[in-house]
Write a protein that binds this ligand. Structure first.
Ligand SMILES: [Zn+2]
Length: 433
């Protein structure tokens, strides 16, 4: 009884403190948005890491700045800087790690406000990265600071990382840190990635991805005598027909147990990213006529997203089998397939400790039942899972996913406050025993 009373009292104090820190939460979010960390090319990673270092040092964290030297995209002009901040507790225990990416996608068109102005209007902060995911990063900082103020004698450790390049695959960020051992289950036991999945939803993982370029081959000839050559674009037409007749229906028939949102992404999917064959495209102001040639090459790039029930070798084989079938049935058909990238699906068990803890925190802070989701696209959980071998990881954070990457992106201050309370309550459950 005594213990329960103490815990209830701490919960109430954490929530009250976070309410008092509302202005600080807004200020940190605005500061982060005003550092334009556009990726590509990967600008201002040093500046945002220095800002985070200053902020977290003041809250008693030890900080390390790590450059992902040699990672894709890393250069002296655009160095891939990351920060890992750690605050040790008074006695041994678990480490809870909050990981946020610091990069944002291009601004694009259609903004009605300054994308890096971080304007606060009607309880929303506007700017590129507001919801994806500088608001989530700020929320985790305020949650940790509130917890440290109310529970200075906690057990274990709290870590906060700010990492580069999530929007371009995470190789200069979380993947690099995982390779260096930062997500070794011996030093980190629980990971929350505050991506904008809505404040009352727990994201268990994401689908996998497989990207490849397929090229069909032909033979060049004069366009007036196509029978003297072999048209690579027609061969690609046969590939696309086979996709329509066989592959797309087969993929649509698969249905995952993963709670992927939106519903359409509970199937296997494939996008054809690009197609190109024949002469290079001319600039829009070119006034010449095309030369008459039979194309000897046609290329497409495919983006295949797959389910936890599938495996990447099967995904690849399904496509190569189809192409090999054309090779044996269609005269002069030849192709080359070049794999571009592969990402494994990741899915944390519903009874994993971080899941049940955040579930209970959402119920107690918001009085609602949390929804479970999985992401159609991937995020940095894949590296924590595959390279770090750490399974106890979820995405949980404030913000509306549909606003990510759009003009006039915003984050609601009230949502951040609620989410900070959930995160602080989670720290209480895991570290204040
Ligand atoms: Zn994101």
């Amino acid at each position: 009884m005594e213990q329960t009373g103490k815990q209830d009292d701490l919960s109430a104090r954490l929530s009250a403190r976070i309410d008092d820190m509302r202005d600080a939460l807004v200020a940190v979010t605005q500061d982060l948005i005003r550092i334009p960390t556009l990726n590509p090319p990967g600008e201002n990673y040093a500046a945002i890491c220095e800002y985070l270092e200053q902020r977290l040092k003041a809250s008693g964290f030890e900080t390390r700045l790590i450059r992902a030297e040699g990672a894709p995209g890393d250069s002296d002009r655009y160095p891939r800087w990351n920060i890992v901040a750690r605050r040790e507790g008074k006695r041994p225990g678990d480490c809870v790690h909050f990981n946020s990416h610091t990069d944002v996608v291009e601004v694009g068109h259609g903004w009605t406000c300054d994308p890096f102005g971080a304007e606060l209007r009607d309880g929303r902060i506007y700017g590129r990265g507001a919801c994806d995911m500088k608001g989530g990063l700020a929320t985790s900082i305020i949650a940790a600071e509130a917890f440290l103020a109310e529970c200075p004698d906690f057990a274990g450790a709290i870590e906060i990382s700010g990492t580069a390049d999530e929007e371009s695959g995470g190789y200069g960020g979380v993947a690099y840190l995982a390779e260096q051992g930062f997500f070794d289950p011996a030093r980190v036991q629980h990971v929350i990635i505050p991506e904008p999945l809505n404040k009352d939803r727990i994201c268990l993982g994401h689908r996998g991805g497989w990207w490849a370029e397929i090229e069909t081959k032909g033979e060049i000839a004069h366009g007036s005598m196509p029978f003297l050559g072999d048209c690579a674009v027609r061969h690609m037409g046969a590939v696309l027909d086979a996709f329509e007749e066989t592959l797309f229906p087969a993929m649509a028939a698969r249905w995952t147990e993963m709670p992927v949102v939106p519903d359409g992404a509970r199937q296997s999917t494939m996008n054809i990213n690009s197609i190109h064959g024949g002469q290079p495209e001319q600039p829009a102001d070119y006034t010449g006529l095309p030369a008459h040639c039979v194309p000897d090459s046609c290329r497409i790039v495919i983006d295949r997203r797959f389910l936890i029930e599938e495996n990447v070798d099967g995904v690849r084989a399904e496509i190569t089998n189809l192409l090999d079938g054309l090779k044996s049935s269609r005269p002069d058909f030849d192709y080359e397939l070049r794999e571009i990238n592969r990402v494994i699906p990741s899915m944390t068990d519903r009874d994993a400790p971080i899941v049940t803890t955040v579930d209970a925190a959402i119920r107690s802070v918001m009085g609602t039942e949390p929804a479970y989701v999985a992401s159609p696209g991937s995020y940095d959980q894949k590296h924590i899972d595959r390279i770090g071998k750490l399974k106890n990881c979820i995405a949980y954070g404030p913000g509306v996913l549909e606003l990510a990457h759009k003009p006039d992106e915003w984050i609601g201050v009230g949502d951040m406050v609620d989410s900070a309370k959930v995160m602080a309550r989670t720290l209480q459950s895991l570290l204040a025993q």
